[in-house]
Design a binder for this molecule. Structure first.
Ligand code: GRF
Length: 204
């Protein structure tokens, strides 16, 4: 599979950083070809430039609708020969033009054990619900929000005195480990989708 990655962000970019670090250390055999943010003030843009990676701000205001915006993204990604798109704190829904152009090649990371707590503020949702275990999920992106086939998950215990901040911080540690691992799986293994299941053949 084409190992050139695009990372789409909207903010801090700590997951972007974990992917950049993994590609630089060689633990992930892939290249971040471009980083795109829908927000000009995303701190992740500076992280990308620091790593010598092209970083673009593409403003939704310059486009009439979401499809127009996503068509522009497709142009940008195709021009850079991108094989896999990673959403990393990208706070926009992905529309049909992008989904169609990169079918089964768009990943997202979410701070809960999906299908629990999709959408915004997953860590707050988990705390308020009272679950004892939450975690992080990397999944393939489909037209249903946070509901595509699951590639990898990691559990994180919810502690008695957790706040949204302390729980989020521990989930983030797992996210940073998990995202490079998921990208590696998607790039390396022959995998199939059976029903909802992301399946890799058993070793041996
Ligand atoms: C992460 O918690 C991710 O799971 C969620 O948004 C947050 C992004 O953080 N989708 P960062 O921008 O990667 O630091």
């Amino acid at each position: 599979m084409n190992r050139r990655l695009a990372i789409l962000i909207s903010g801090r970019g700590s997951n972007l950083q974990s992917i950049l670090d993994a590609t630089q250390s060689g633990s992930l055999d892939a290249k971040v070809a471009v980083v795109v943010s829908n927000r000009a003030d995303a701190a992740g843009l500076a992280r990308a430039r620091e790593a010598g990676v092209e970083a673009l701000h593409v403003s939704p205001r310059d486009f009439a609708d979401r499809d127009g915006y996503d068509r522009e993204l497709v142009k940008i990604l195709r021009a850079r020969d991108v094989g896999v798109v990673c959403l990393a704190g990208y706070m926009r829904l992905v529309g049909a033009p992008l989904l169609g152009a990169f079918e089964r090649r768009i990943l997202n990371i979410h701070p809960s054990l999906l299908p629990a707590f999709p959408g915004l503020d997953a860590q707050r949702q988990a705390l308020e619900y009272g679950v004892r275990v939450s975690g992080a999920t990397v999944h393939l992106v489909t037209s249903d929000l946070d509901a595509g086939p699951i590639v990898v998950q990691a559990p994180v215990a919810v502690l008695e005195d957790d706040t949204v901040d302390t729980l989020s911080a521990r989930i983030l540690v797992e996210e940073h480990r998990l995202y490079p691992e998921a990208i590696r799986l998607v790039l390396d293994a022959p995998w199939t989708i059976e029903g909802r299941r992301f399946r890799t053949p058993r070793a041996g």
